[in-house]
Design a protein around this ligand. Structure first.
Ligand SMILES: O=C(O)C1=C[C@@H](OP(=O)(O)O)[C@@H](O)[C@H](O)C1
Ligand SMILES: C=C(OP(=O)(O)O)C(=O)O
Length: 437
């Protein structure tokens, strides 16, 4: 029988204390390298997220002709060959586990006068790409692939002339869809507008502005016009990732006696849904040292343990906390009363089906604690916990959320734990520093 790697997380015996550096934001790190590759002057990127997903983006951009120098693990200098300077890659582009790499690059490569083929890992090969291929094809892109051009492997061919700008009403609130179309729209023959049901994270719009490209916002609609060139900034400082800070926000809230300071966390309001939900649950989180860098807001977050109670939220806040649902579900498990999460269907098409994964693992660790619907979860707080072995589903956010559940509760054994390398390689070391291993 195949030996499955496991990691045991023990219950913490005391509160967590101290100051933590939070690794760079994943979304902003991807964009910093992609957009710098479109300029013609060097961009010095600091606090870059040195994790597998962003390294997939670095490898793809190198294959497309950009120069990426690594001054250190989290410090890069990226130099492009101008807006029209990407070149045909000599190899297949591997997006690994990263939906952001694949969807944004489909948009960026759709207008280019060359061929590129994408592959990815087993998880990415199951995720839906029709949501970007369909609108890009309507703009004139030629993208072919498995399952009627909706699944990896996918090949982007040179289009016949320029793509056509268009107005697209997206059925999903997705920054990856929006960003793919805005990037393609830079090279189109007219304006491109993306309308979302609810506004998704706006890092693309903010970083484009730092590159001298203005987008126009009108409600949930964003418009980009054709661009002749971009002016790369000399430097980009990536703030800490609130999606990584989320694990410590929940752990310190749950374990009595805790107080920690999470340094330099990105608090762009399209990302701070978790702060609003935890506040509604009674958490004690205070922002200090608020500042803005490169158009992105950041702050230190001071978290003190508090008694949490259940809450209800739905689709309007979902894009602002989409990746934090697994760890919010952990907070709900320790809260008093029920938490109801609605409009969360997008979780079914992430690295794994996260609604099913939460339902199955919580049922093993706290039998009877969760009911999953088609796009909803009800979590019964205060359910009796037990130690058990549970799979990570090779999903970094599931592995980290389960580790927090075990550390704050009765312990846990995580099968296939190493997927945390996707977004937070030092996660287990940090948890061990708190006594959780
Ligand atoms: O644009 C981005 O950087 C991301 C957008 C979100 O995905 P969707 O666009 O699919 O919602 C999020 O889940 C992902 O982790 C990163
Ligand atoms: C969904 C995620 O990322 P991506 O879509 O880039 O794979 C995530 O990090 O939780």
């Amino acid at each position: 029988m195949e030996q499955v790697e496991t990691k045991e997380i023990r219950p913490l015996r005391h509160g967590v204390k101290g100051r933590l550096h939070i690794p760079g934001d994943k979304s902003i790190s991807h964009r910093s390298v992609m957009f710098s590759a479109l300029g013609s002057t060097p961009v010095h990127i600091t606090n870059f997220l040195h994790a597998a997903d962003c390294l997939s983006t670095v490898a793809c951009m190198r294959a497309l002709g950009a120069t990426v120098e690594e001054l250190g693990a989290t410090e890069l200098v990226v130099t492009g060959n101008g807006l029209h300077g990407l070149r045909e890659p000599a190899c297949v582009l591997d997006a690994g586990n990263s939906g952001t790499t694949l969807r944004l690059l489909l948009g960026l490569l759709a207008p280019q006068p060359f061929l590129a083929t994408f592959t990815g890992d087993a998880s990415l090969s199951r995720r839906p790409m029709g949501r970007v291929v369909k609108p890009l094809s309507a703009m004139g892109a030629k993208i072919v692939g498995r399952a009627q051009n909706t699944l990896l492997p996918l090949t982007v061919l040179a289009p016949d002339g320029k793509l056509h700008g268009m107005r697209y009403e997206s059925p999903v609130a997705s920054a990856q869809v929006k960003s793919a179309l805005l990037l393609a729209g830079m090279f189109a023959d007219g304006a491109t507008t993306v309308v979302e049901p609810v506004t998704s994270r706006d890092h693309t719009e903010r970083m484009l502005e730092a590159f001298g490209v203005v987008t126009e916002k009108d409600g949930t609609a964003v418009t980009i016009r054709p661009v002749a060139e971009v002016q790369a900034p000399a430097a980009i400082e990536v703030p800490g990732d609130i999606s990584s800070a989320a694990y410590w926000l929940v752990l310190a809230s749950l374990v009595p006696g805790s107080q920690i300071v999470l340094e330099n966390v990105g608090v762009n309001e399209t990302r701070t849904g978790i702060l609003d939900v935890l506040a509604a649950m009674g958490a004690d989180i205070v922002r200090t040292n608020e500042r803005v860098s490169g158009g992105e807001a950041a702050a230190d977050l001071v978290v003190t343990a508090a008694k949490l109670h259940g809450t209800t939220f739905g689709k309007d806040i979902m894009p602002r906390l989409i990746d934090e649902i697994p760890v919010i579900a952990v907070a709900a498990l320790f809260a008093e009363g029920d938490t109801v999460i609605m409009g969360a269907g997008e979780l079914r098409v992430k690295e794994t089906d996260r609604l099913q994964a939460i339902a199955d693992t919580f049922s093993a660790l706290a039998p009877g604690s969760v009911e999953a619907g088609a796009d909803s979860l009800v979590i019964h707080g205060g359910t009796q916990l037990q130690r058990a072995a549970v799979p990570s589903y090779d999903d970094h956010r599931m592995a980290m959320s389960l580790a927090i559940l075990g550390a704050a509760g009765a312990g846990v054994i995580i099968e296939r734990p190493d997927c945390v390398r996707i977004s937070y390689p030092e996660f287990y070391d940090t948890l061990a520093g708190f006594g959780g291993e």
